[in-house]
Design a protein around this ligand. Structure first.
Ligand SMILES: Nc1ncnc2c1ncn2[C@@H]1O[C@H](COP(=O)(O)OP(=O)(O)O)[C@@H](O)[C@H]1O
Ligand SMILES: C=C(OP(=O)(O)O)C(=O)O
Length: 660
């Protein structure tokens, strides 16, 4: 016997709430419309003038009781405030078992037709005009002509002093603990796409971590292929120190495992390889001569075949395998260059037969647990099993760390769906991906991985070579700028800098360029960017439904969204619906604030919650105003939903539109 959830709609419709002939809609109409769009069910309309259903317990109990006679009821209360300060929808649920699921397609259709003013649909979901009973989602629209002059900070090679000036100004503001009303305290809050910075020799000092954070870094990544625990510990401590002293910013910490990567050994000095030259890789340890170097992987000789193409650093140099002995692989150099110590080796089209999590990785993972990092980026994941194994391990040590799978192995491609399903997100690790697979597959896979993650509600990061030329040059190539814009348009949560910030000459400029390009690109994305099937995945669940409707509402009204969350679940959910406005996520958990830094459009704010919801809402809105993130008189959509109820009955959820 199936248990069905059905919907019953109980509405208080404020008598003056008729739609306007001029095609303009007020927030009450929006609230009403978005909730009617997908709820096909027995519906009871009541005209009543209430200030707040939630606070009117007599009405709430009365109608809940009334609806308890209706089998399988989901009750939606719409309250439209006379004071014009607030409109809200409250939903409560009562589950009943039912043998049949009453279909109400025609009632639903009638409901939609009667409630939907003709021009409203074009404002919310333009393509649905002729198919009101079917839920479809708007696709990404890009208006290249739309500009956002106030948002764009030009970047030029000469702007180092400008960056410094801006940072000084920001730091000054912070020290004073004051921010002017009407402006953002940090430029980074306006950007939705987050920036991951790899920390290395160029940036592992207190000064540089601070500067990166103030310039726009959202996540600090430590690559465990380099450095040792002591050097990574120092970076973690610095990031935590920054977070502890920052009133309005938090940087997440990501530990990237080394994985079963194959690298050449140490060399006393770089070797120049010339095309046609013979060169040997050996599994013997400690070899580093002009024509032979060690490889750190014992099965290397077994895994490669005569005729295979070996790529150094993703193709910077290449060698074809000519012959093999018991411990060596003889090659001929195809594309030459300078071979330095510990370089990446890939065999085109093949993954190494090593486990995804090596002994060293487990050691590093334990280091991450001890240091309470926020994310693991797991290298060379080939199947979902390894993700389950890691998640089980984390559960056993009660560690709340999210797992991002790096898609970079040829073997991972047939298992993309199951791998991403098992994880909390994915990284398009284009370096190794473009070495193990033909390079022309990379943009297609990037698009596909982003699309899979978006439709599953998982985080997605695009990584590698985004501003590669800025490792040595102060300005990017135009192709790199376009690459960032594409990743933003495709809807990735975050974009990543590797060598640019780890060992580059212009780490701050690279962050600034990324920030500016992302911001400019985001300003051209004019309407919702819901992935094609996210609604179908989510629509049966209360929180998902509220996230969807809150997004519709905030998009239509042009408001930001305010959400209160302990675990971060509801903020992450809202982020996946990609509302046009910022998601201000208030949390009373520092860990949650830190983790939310990765998610597109989420501005995480730490605040202690008080027992009284109203008092907390007021404090939150006051804080946003003080930080210059909202202005007095501005409307915001406020969502109370999610897995952990805060100030609501176990089964009630609500959305409000409030005026600050
Ligand atoms: N913690 C570190 N210590 C020293 N060097 C580092 C560190 N992290 C990164 N690097 C340098 O920055 C380069 C680019 O970083 P990344 O892309 O993460 O590494 P890789 O491409 O080697 O996997 C590395 O090749 C290495 O030279
Ligand atoms: C991000 C990547 O991984 P790593 O930097 O560890 O090589 C990549 O291969 O693109």
């Amino acid at each position: 016997m199936s248990v069905y959830k059905e919907y019953s709609l109980l509405m208080y419709i404020f008598c003056n709430n008729t739609h306007h002939d001029d095609g303009q809609f007020d927030r009450n109409e929006v609230v009403l419309y978005v909730f009617c769009r997908v709820l096909g069910s027995p519906t009871l309309y009541l005209s009543h003038d209430l200030t707040s259903v939630q606070h009117n317990s007599t009405f709430f109990i009365f109608f809940s009781t009334l609806l308890s006679f209706v089998p399988s009821a989901y009750c939606i209360f719409l309250s439209l405030s006379l004071s014009a300060k607030m409109s809200q929808v409250v939903a409560t649920r009562s589950f009943h078992s039912s043998l049949t699921r009453p279909t109400s397609g025609s009632a639903h259709h009638r409901l939609l037709t009667s409630l939907k003013p003709p021009t409203f649909a074009s404002k919310v979901c333009p393509q649905q005009r002729n198919a009101p009973s079917k839920v479809r989602y708007p696709s990404c629209r890009v208006n290249a002509r739309k500009s956002a002059p106030a948002e764009v900070v030009p970047v030029s090679p000469e702007d180092d002093s400008k960056i410094e000036e801006e940072l000084q100004q920001l730091r000054g503001m912070q020290l004073l603990g004051d921010t002017a009303v009407g402006m953002w305290s940090k430029p980074t809050f306006r950007r939705k796409t987050k920036i991951v910075c790899t920390i290395g020799p160029s940036t592992n000092t207190r000064e540089m971590i601070w500067k990166l954070a103030e310039a726009g870094m959202n996540v600090a990544r430590m690559n465990m292929s380099h450095g040792d625990h002591a050097s990574h510990q120092k970076v973690i401590d610095l990031v935590k120190e920054y977070n502890a002293q920052s009133k309005d910013n938090a940087i997440a910490i990501m530990l990237d495992t080394k994985g079963p990567e194959v690298r050449s050994g140490d060399l006393p000095q770089p070797i120049v390889l010339t095309p046609g030259q013979e060169f040997t890789f050996t599994i013997r340890r400690g070899v580093g001569t002009a024509d032979c170097v060690s490889v750190n992987y014992d099965d290397f000789v077994n895994d490669v075949e005569v005729g295979d193409m070996l790529l150094v650093d993703g193709g910077m140099m290449s060698l074809v395998v000519k012959s093999k002995t018991g411990d060596s692989v003889k090659c001929e150099v195809v594309d030459g260059g300078e071979l330095k110590s510990r370089r990446h080796l890939n065999v085109r089209g093949k993954s190494a037969t090593l486990p995804s999590i090596t002994e060293k990785d487990w050691d590093d993972i334990k280091f991450g647990v001890d240091n309470k990092v926020d994310f693991y980026a797991v290298s060379f994941v080939k199947d979902a099993q390894v993700v389950h194994e890691l998640k089980n391990y984390l559960k056993s040590c009660d560690a709340d760390i999210h797992v991002i799978v790096k898609i970079e192995s040829a073997d991972s491609i047939p298992n993309l769906h199951s791998i991403i399903t098992a994880s909390d997100g994915a990284m398009v690790a284009r370096g190794d991906l473009g070495a193990e697979l033909p390079i022309e597959e990379v943009p297609l896979l990037q698009e596909e991985i982003i699309s899979i993650c978006r439709s599953m509600g998982k985080a997605v990061i695009v990584a590698t070579n985004m501003l590669e030329s800025m490792i040595v040059h102060p300005t990017p190539t135009r192709a790199e700028v376009s690459d960032i814009a594409i990743a933003v348009r495709e809807g990735s949560d975050a974009i990543m800098l590797s060598g640019e910030t780890a060992h580059g000459k212009f780490p701050l400029k690279a962050v600034k360029v990324m920030h500016t390009v992302a911001l400019r690109t985001e300003a051209t994305i004019t309407d919702g960017r819901l992935p094609p099937n996210i609604g179908n995945v989510f629509k049966n669940h209360m929180s998902e439904m509220f996230a969807y409707h809150a997004t519709m509402m905030s998009n239509t009204l042009g408001t930001s969204t305010v959400v209160f969350t302990r675990s971060g679940f509801m903020a992450i959910l809202l982020s996946h619906y990609r509302p046009s406005g910022t998601i201000f996520a208030f949390t009373d958990q520092k860990r949650t604030q830190q983790r939310l830094a990765l998610y597109q459009g989420v501005c995480p704010i730490y605040m202690e919650f008080s027992k009284d919801a109203e008092e907390t809402f007021t404090r939150a809105l006051d804080l946003l105003q003080k930080l210059g993130m909202v202005k007095a008189g501005e409307e915001v959509a406020l969502v109370q939903s999610g897995k952990q109820p805060i100030w609501r009955f176990q089964s009630t959820h609500n959305i409000q539109v409030r005026t600050v």
